[in-house]
Design a protein around this ligand. Structure first.
Ligand code: GDP
Ligand code: IMO
Ligand code: MG
Length: 425
């Protein structure tokens, strides 16, 4: 069975935990999009891993990990992760494969990201400052792009980087009034990346087609969430790639039809980091309560996440455009203790009611939420292992979500740990 795990909201839905669980039945886990803007948390026993570039299957010592060409790779972060796991006795040797066509995020990308955001003031996107937008812009522009395979030819890389650094420095100094960057330091770093990363570099497309033909079980791990998709999300407050399920075939280099099940991950409420409209946002005590109880602070940047009620308009949209088959609903435990819970089932926009997510962000900003109110539950559910053992109101909540999104909820998160999961078929 081949599966693909994708976020249905604005990221941080709990994809890392779901991938870690599904990886038990997979031979290979594939990261096929995003970059070190992602932060995927896996909690096993007393160990907590926060992964940015390595597939979440990395914590299982037998699982093969693949990073495909559509991932923009920050070599420094990746090497830090490989070292971090190795210090915990988990080696990636002979089981990590990185695409030779993956683009490199270098220091000047991160600098450009930061300077551009600073210059935007209150209109900033609220990026993670990990250089993702500038690197993807260089990828689309082609002439200034550096890929993993460029590390194979260091003298060719030097002449390419000389031109790029000259160009970037003209922008840094004249547009942003910032200090120029030093070619030598970029080159020295690239030499060290080449030495450490080239042993992992292969043609991942050929590799994936080979293992799929052999009938190996492959798990595709998406980063971010559907509402952050550059074409189908809340543009311009999105990331710079197709991070909905629609990006999976392009990102992995294999057809969507080789996936037997697309698993969408959503929280029982909604969170978002960065700027942009958020119809169900709770900028009040309840929002703060969810933030505190759910530890809603960014895995990558530590920023407090904005919190709000579950938005079934958003979730249904993400399910529809992504062809989602089953849903993992996380953080049910975080809602315990609230007297009543609301779920947004439609928007009123300029007097008209709609249950289909509007493509126009101006309309979204005007959306007033139509809510259904459900009764809460008081019990601690963090040790509950069976759906039938959940309090009636918790079961009703899950069933109501299923009714709204018209897909089965097959996994329910009742805590961060791998074992705090209810399976429901
Ligand atoms: P991802 O980016 O989608 O992988 O999600 P993150 O790891 O950024 O954020 C999800 C956070 O929620 C992490 O701290 C997880 O450990 C935690 N988490 C995941 N599922 C659950 C759950 O069901 N309950 C609780 N309380 N925490 C969860
Ligand atoms: P995971 O995989 C949550 C958001 C940023 C910002 C916007 C653009 O952990 O779910 P970028 O740095 O990509 O240019 O930022 O996208 N963003 C995420 N939010 N989870 C993520 O990843 C995110 N990756 C990017 O906060 O609003
Ligand atoms: Mg995250």
């Amino acid at each position: 069975m081949n599966r693909c795990v994708v976020g249905l909201q604005w990221g941080d839905e709990g994809k890392g935990k779901v991938v870690d669980i599904l990886a038990e039945d997979s031979d290979i886990v594939v990261r096929y999009n995003g970059g070190a803007n992602a932060g995927h948390t896996v909690v096993v026993g007393g160990d907590k891993f926060a992964l940015h570039l390595l597939p979440s299957g990395a914590v299982r010592p037998q699982t093969v990990c693949v990073i495909t060409s559509a991932v923009v790779v920050d070599p420094e972060t990746l090497l830090g992760e490989i070292d971090g796991l190795s210090q915990k006795g988990i080696s990636l040797n002979n089981r990590l494969f990185i695409s030779e066509n993956a683009h490199l995020v270098l220091d000047y990308h991160k600098m450009e990201d930061r300077l551009r955001e600073e210059s935007l003031g209150k209109n900033k996107i609220g990026t993670t400052a990990r250089g993702i937008g500038p690197c993807n812009a260089d990828k689309a522009g082609r002439s200034n792009a550096i890929r993993m395979g460029d590390l194979l030819n260091l003298s060719g890389l030097e002449s390419k980087l000389r031109g790029i650094v000259e160009y970037k420095n003209r922008i840094f100094t004249s547009v942003y009034n910032a200090e120029p960057i030093d070619l030598k330091s970029v080159l020295d770093k690239c030499r060290s990346y080449a030495e450490k990363l080239l042993p992992f570099v292969i043609d991942t497309t050929e590799y994936l087609h080979g293992v799929l033909a052999q009938g190996k079980s492959v798990l595709f791990e998406g980063a971010q969430g559907t509402l952050l998709d550059i074409d189908h999300g809340t543009f311009p407050f999105v990331t710079s790639a197709n991070v909905s399920a629609l990006g999976m075939p392009a990102g992995a280099g294999v057809p969507a039809k080789c996936v037997d099940e697309f698993v969408g991950v959503a929280k029982c409420y909604t969170t978002r980091v960065g700027s942009g409209p958020f119809p169900t946002e709770l900028d009040n005590e309840t929002g703060q309560l969810i933030r505190d109880k759910g530890h809603e602070y960014g895995t990558t940047t530590g920023r407090p996440r904005r919190c709000g009620w579950f938005d079934a308009v958003i979730a249904s949209y993400s399910v529809a455009i992504g062809g989602i088959d089953a849903v993992a609903l996380m953080h049910l435990d975080t809602l315990s203790g609230l007297n009543e819970l609301k779920i947004c089932t439609a928007y009123e926009i300029e007097g008209k009611r709609t249950s289909f997510f509007p493509a126009n962000i101006g309309k979204l900003a005007k959306a007033k939420c139509v809510y259904d109110t459900l009764a809460g539950w008081k019990e601690d559910i963090t040790q509950t292992a069976d759906f039938s053992q959940l309090p009636l109101n918790a079961r009703n909540y899950v069933t109501f979500v299923e009714k709204c999104i018209k897909k089965p909820v097959t996994m329910i998160g009742v805590g961060p740990n791998r074992r705090q999961t209810i399976f429901k078929r």
